[in-house]
Structures are given as structure tokens and as C-alpha cells.
Design a protein around this ligand. Structure first.
Ligand SMILES: [Zn+2]
Length: 447
């Protein structure tokens, strides 16, 4: 089971999936349970009370003795406490579904269309994938609870099992402690507008808060606190686990990698070390994926100014321009929606290793999409490895090379792979851009 946070219009997942969740917070064991029970994220809504009616089914108020035990144990384990009143609100799955539908009404068709177009050009989804319906179905299936940082309220989806409820409660209460700690405020103050412009930073924070909550939940072990274990797995995970691989990988990222990252530091210095992470958060997704690089391998800014100007001069509308991070590299190479396009985990790891910084531009003109990426690697060997694996991927996905490291797409687009020392360009250029001008700009180092 996962929990997530809610908010309309926000970049959430690796590729800035719009919308529903402000940040997915899978009750901690979501990713752990993936093998035997794919449960998924619950969310935290920015303004859930705007969306969910607190009817007679929703109850707030005093904590039950079991809830009080879990909360007490969580505070002791985590070494934090909160002064604000905490009272979970229980809701049914149907109420959640209605809420999600309402939320998605606010995300206009244009946003979803752009998001889907980006996923399609990168091979993550089929062209006609119904993103809106998928989000409603998937989040309804996956959400087990969400914490609203603005109202300081926690919403739990009713579950038949007190054990599962306790897990979700411990996880969500950890978020409550995080957001009620004044020392963490600066780090956790990522609002929608900020995240739209700084998605990399917000993904890092998501991984940090989820990693912490997942670790806390894991260590807490409600079984010993409640003295029983009623294992019940109501949620099947069918929607998520029959969806394109991209969604599974992006949804579980903050839990899986966040847990590993936070655990690494916890083992070195306990929760005091974890608290330090909130005071000095990692600088990149690379540092999340490689905990030993925390604060020692700063990412480089990779300028694409000249290319942006050229793309705009050609009449394109820039839809997205942001960091192309290490996880994104792995997604492109390993998470295509057709299995025959997917490279192995090992191959994607080799390709992504040595990432030093990256940027991408996604633009559109007259219904034609353009994707431009530029990645800086730590050294030439890392760049060569990535080049080899990007060539392998492009050979699988596109038709035969029409020239050295040039491929023709199905819709008139041309795919280019160009390496210059430790910089690698991978581009999907449609027919209505001056391709030779882009290539010349690269070859003449006019960056
Ligand atoms: Zn969470």
C-alpha cells in the first residue's frame, strides 16, 4: 500500500507526472510488499478538505488506545514529538475515488495531453493511453492514507485489518512529525510553484521523507505493539502492476531508493543522522541513488540555452525544460512500454552510472513533438558506456540506423545520438525543425 499526498498540478514523479499527488507517500512497506503484495501509495492532499466532504462516515476525534500506542511508539523510536493535535480521519475507498475524480477535473485536458505526449515520445506509454482514467483507478487502488501538511490532518482509508491500519498510521504519523518539526521547515517547504520549476529538488525531498517514514514503519513493527497480527491485503495492485512499467518504477522510486538512502545514514548515525539529512538535503537524485555520494558529488548545471533559443526560433512551444537525472536515464533505457525495448537492470545501471548533470527540453509545434537531452558524465569512459547503451536501446526501439547513430522514427522524426568527449546528446527531432542547425550547433560547440 502506498500513500500519497495530494495536490492539483504538481510535478510528482520522475517525469513530472502532473497532478494528483503532491507527493506520494507509500505507507512505508509499499515497496517491500511489492513482491508478495503490491500495495501502493497513499497521498497527502494540499487541500483535501476542499475536496472530500466530511460526512458521517468520516470521523475525527479522540484516538483509540491502539492508535495512541502506535503514535507513542513512533515518537519514541523517531525521537521527535509534535505539539499540534493529531486526529486521523477515516474514509472509505469510494470517498477516495470521488475525491480523485474531483481532483482530476481540475487538471485540464491540455495538461494531460502534454504529459501523455511526453510519455509517448519517450516510449513509456502507447499513444492512446487513457491517463485520466488510469490515475483515478490506480490511486484509488493504491492509496491507503494521506497526510495533509497544510491542515495537519491525516486521512486513512479504512482497512479491515488493524495491523495494516497500524502500519499506515505509523507511516503517516512520521510525516506528521516531519512537517511539525520547525527545524525541517525550510527543507519541506516545497510548494507547487516551486516544484514545477525545481522538480529535481522536490523529487529528492520526496525520497527523503518517504525513506524516513518507510524506515520508521519498518522498525516499529506494529505486531509487537498491538500484540497481534491480522494480515489482510485488501488491495490487489492489479491496476498498477498491469500498467506500463514506467508507472511502477516512478511510483515506487521514493520508497525504494528513499528507504535505501535513509537506511544507509541511519546505520551510520541513527535518527540523529537522519535528522541531519533534513537540515542538509541531498543535491540530486544521483545522491539518493548512491548514498555514499551524499554532499560529495555535486551535480553540474548543464546549459541548454543556445538550443532552447534555436528551438523557439523554429516556432516550437517549450512544454518542459528541467533536469534529466540519473533515474530518468534508467527509465528511458529500461521502462519502455514494449518489453522488447527494455534493457536489463544491469545495462541501465551501467549507462546511468557516472552521471554528472543533465538537462532536457520537450517542445511541440503543430502536433509534432521534440525531445532534446544533454548529459554530462564524470569522465569520457562513463560517457562512452552510456553512448554504447543508448545505441543499443535505439537499435531496439527504432528502425535500422540510417547513418552512424542516426535512426528514423515511425512518424517522420529522426533520432540522433552524439557524443562529444564526456557530453552525450540524445535527441528526437521532428521534420519541422531545422535539424542541421541543431547538429551544427552541437558540432561547433555553440552551447
Ligand atoms: Zn509516506
Amino acid at each position: 500500500m502506498i500513500e500519497k499526498k495530494q495536490t492539483p498540478k504538481r510535478i510528482v514523479l520522475i517525469w513530472a507526472i502532473i497532478i494528483i499527488c503532491d507527493c506520494l507517500t507509500v505507507p512505508c512497506h509499499a515497496w517491500q510488499a511489492q513482491q508478495n503484495d503490491p500495495s501502493a501509495p497513499s497521498s497527502s492532499c494540499k487541500n483535501p478538505l476542499d475536496c472530500i466532504d466530511e460526512d458521517e462516515n468520516a470521523s475525527d476525534g479522540d484516538l483509540s488506545p491502539e492508535e495512541a500506542k502506535i503514535i507513542d511508539a513512533t515518537e519514541k523510536l523517531r525521537g521527535l514529538s509534535a505539539e499540534n493535535k493529531f486526529a486521523p480521519i477515516y474514509q472509505t475507498e469510494d470517498e477516495l475515488r470521488q475525491y480523485l475524480i474531483e481532483q482530476l477535473k481540475d487538471s485540464d485536458d491540455e495538461d494531460l495531453k502534454n504529459e501523455l505526449a511526453l510519455y509517448y515520445i519517450l516510449g513509456f506509454t502507447p499513444k492512446d493511453f487513457d491517463l485520466r482514467q488510469f490515475y483515478v483507478d490506480m490511486y484509488t487502488e493504491q492509496i491507503t492514507g494521506f497526510y495533509d501538511q497544510k491542515t495537519n490532518q491525516m486521512h486513512l482509508i479504512e482497512n479491515e485489518s488493524s495491523y495494516d491500519n497500524a502500519l499506515t498510521l505509523a507511516h503517516e504519523y512520521t510525516h506528521f512529525l516531519q512537517y511539525n518539526n520547525p527545524n525541517f521547515a525550510q527543507t519541506l517547504k516545497h510548494e507547487d510553484d516551486y516544484c514545477i520549476n525545481n522538480p529535481e529538488n522536490c523529487l529528492v525531498i520526496d525520497a527523503l521523507i518517504e525513506g524516513d517514514a518507510t524506515l520508521t514503519e519498518t522498525l516499529l513493527n506494529p505486531q509487537t505493539i498491538l500484540g497481534n497480527r491480522q494480515s489482510s491485503v485488501k488491495k490487489s495492485g492489479n491496476v498498477l502492476y498491469s500498467a506500463p512499467k514506467f508507472f511502477q518504477d516512478t511510483l515506487l522510486f521514493p520508497y525504494k531508493y528513499g528507504f535505501d538512502f535513509v537506511s544507509y545514514h541511519y546505520l551510520k548515525g541513527g535518527f540523529a543522522a537522519v535528522n541531519d539529512l533534513f537540515m542538509k538535503p541531498p543535491e540530486s537524485i544521483e545522491q539518493i541513488m548512491h548514498p555514499e555520494k551524499y554532499l560529495s558529488d555535486a551535480p553540474s548545471d548543464v546549459s541548454v540555452d543556445s538550443f532552447r533559443s534555436l528551438i523557439v526560433e523554429n516556432g516550437f512551444d517549450i512544454k518542459r525544460e528541467t533536469v534529466l537525472n540519473e533515474s530518468d536515464i534508467k527509465l528511458i533505457l529500461g521502462s519502455g512500454y514494449k518489453e522488447e525495448w527494455q534493457l536489463s537492470e544491469r545495462q541501465t545501471e551501467i549507462a546511468a552510472a557516472g552521471w554528472g548533470g543533465g538537462s532536457y527540453i520537450y517542445a511541440e509545434k503543430d502536433g509534432k513533438q521534440l525531445f532534446f537531452s544533454k548529459v554530462l558524465w564524470d569522465n569520457i569512459q562513463d560517457a562512452e558506456e552510456a553512448e554504447t547503451i543508448f545505441e543499443l536501446y535505439s537499435n531496439k526501439r527504432f528502425r535500422e540506423q540510417t547513418a552512424d547513430k542516426v535512426w528514423a522514427g515511425e512518424n517522420g522524426e529522426v533520432i540522433y545520438l552524439i557524443r562529444q568527449d564526456n557530453i552525450l546528446y540524445w535527441m528526437i527531432l521532428p521534420e519541422n525543425i531545422d535539424r542541421s542547425a541543431v547538429i551544427d550547433m552541437i558540432q561547433e560547440n555553440r552551447n
